[in-house]
Design a protein around this ligand. Sequence first.
Ligand code: DQA
Length: 143
Amino acid sequence: MKIMVINGPNINMLGIREPGIYGANSFADLWALIDATAKAEGLEIEQFQSNHEGAIVDKIQECYGKVDGIVINPAAYTHTSIAILDALKAVGIPAVEVHISKVSDREAFRQISYPGMYCEKTIQGKGLSGYTDAILYLKEKYG
Ligand code: DQA
C-alpha cells in the first residue's frame, strides 16, 4: 500500500513555531516518525511539504492512479483552500485530515475546513501521533 503524507505551510517550522501550540518536536522528528511508521507497518510512504498552495494541488494530482491513501495537514490552507478541496475530489483517493493542534478549541477563523469536506476522517489535537493514527486508519481500511 502506498500512502502520501502532505504538509502545508509552516509545518516545516515545527519546533520553532509557537511551541506552546505545536510542541517542541521538529519537522525532522515528524519526518522520522512517519518513516519509522512506514517501516514498522510495511507501507510505502512518501512525504511532501510545501508553503505553496499550487504545489500542494500539483502533488495531489500526481497521486492519481499511484497512491492508495492521502494523509494531509493543509495547515492554514485548511481554512481557505477550495483548490485543495477540489484537487482531493478530482483524484478521489481516500484521505484523512490531520491537525497537530486542537483546531476546534481555537479562533473562529479556524473553524472551517475546506479539505475536511472531502476527507473521511479528521484527527486533531493529538500532536505528531495524529499522523500515525491517520496512517494506521488508512492501512486498516484500505491496506
Ligand atoms: C494546523 C492548524 C491550522 O489552523 C494552522 O494554520 C496550522 C497548523 C495544525 O496542525 O494544528 O498551520 O493545521
